[in-house]
Design a protein around this ligand. Structure first.
Ligand SMILES: [Mn+2]
Length: 322
């Protein structure tokens, strides 16, 4: 793992005033990383402000330091000579923060996504479970002290991005990092409660609507879920598509989310037989082997039929050749 400790040390030493940001629809990994960075930097006597692309929505209100998390529009972005961008494979993920930054702002890009575009002056990119796991290794390498506050923040990101230590990028090292964070004071139960039990009523009801819409296609190998515009009024669904993969025999789950009348964003998730990034790619979308997305306009039934035809080709190919 190349943490570029010397370059990172120099970058941090040169600056006194840091802006920290993460992607739109901010989650506990990006936020945990920003909050832990801010806490560590303040421990070094630096100034650090967190400015999100959207107004904070309580995602990490269970973590110490949440009160200091701001919408970027409430900060004077021209003031910062440098910014740390956490958990973003490309710079467009920071939404409206991007055009508000001075073109001279030096960027430190810290991320765990394969295919990161290395848009920073300094790029710390490793495909690990989470940006928070990566930041843990970096902080240890730099000799920063991880106290109980930072341990909670980092643990929250790891727990969230691994889906509770279940997803495929969870490694033995991830467990070792989690254990080290618990030894430093991370509160297992409180953080799990905050990460998985901090949703709005609307978001939980929306899950119900998505589950109610679920139908099985292609002989039970594909689960189709649908949220119309009204249901999308509760906000961006959080991992709702995964309910499809809870059903035995389902290889691919797809969720239609209606953005504007007749315009759909589609999330795809795969167990292990179909590379959904290829399926999405056929329609101009993209993503990873097991999680991908695309956008299509039209009648929902036609959209589903077109995607099912493509998924069917992949399933049949794998049945014949594997
Ligand atoms: Mn992440």
């Amino acid at each position: 793992m190349d943490l570029q400790l010397r370059a990172t040390h120099a970058f941090i030493e040169e600056e006194d005033d840091f802006l920290l940001t993460t992607h739109v629809n901010s989650d506990a990994d990006g936020l945990g990383a920003c909050m832990a960075w801010a806490h560590l930097l303040r421990g070094l006597g630096k100034r650090a402000d967190i400015g999100l692309p959207e107004p904070p929505a309580g995602q990490c209100s269970f973590l110490a330091g949440w009160d200091g998390v701001r919408h970027f529009a409430d900060l004077d972005l021209a003031r910062y000579g440098c910014a740390i961008v956490a958990d973003c494979p490309s710079l467009d993920r920071i939404g409206s923060v991007r055009p508000s930054l001075s073109p001279d702002t030096r960027l430190l890009n810290i991320d765990h996504h394969r295919g990161n575009e290395c848009f920073g002056a300094l790029n710390i990119v490793e495909e690990l479970s989470s940006t928070c796991e990566l930041l843990y290794h970096l902080a240890i390498g730099l000799g920063y002290e991880i106290d109980a506050v930072a341990a909670d923040q980092l643990y929250a990101g790891i727990l969230f991005d691994t889906g509770g230590f279940r997803f495929s990028l969870t490694t033995a090292t991830t467990f070792e990092v989690a254990a080290a964070l618990v030894r430093r004071g991370a509160r297992l139960d409180a953080i799990a409660e905050g990460v998985f039990g901090n949703k709005s009523l609307g978001s939980v009801k929306q899950r119900g609507q998505a589950i109610e819409s679920l139908v099985l296609r292609l002989g039970g190998r594909v689960a189709v879920l649908h949220l119309d515009r009204k249901a999308m009024g509760a906000g961006e669904p959080d991992e709702v598509v995964n309910y499809g993969l809870m059903i035995g025999g389902v290889e691919v789950a797809l969720l239609l989310k209606e953005r504007t009348p007749g315009c759909y964003r589609i999330s795809l998730r795969s167990r292990d037989k179909v590379d959904v990034s290829q399926v999405a790619g056929t329609f101009g979308g993209g993503g990873h082997t097991r999680a991908a997305g695309l956008e299509l306009t039209g009648a929902p039934q036609d959209i589903v039929d077109n995607i099912l035809a493509e998924i069917g080709r992949h399933l049949n190919f794998n049945n014949n050749y594997s």
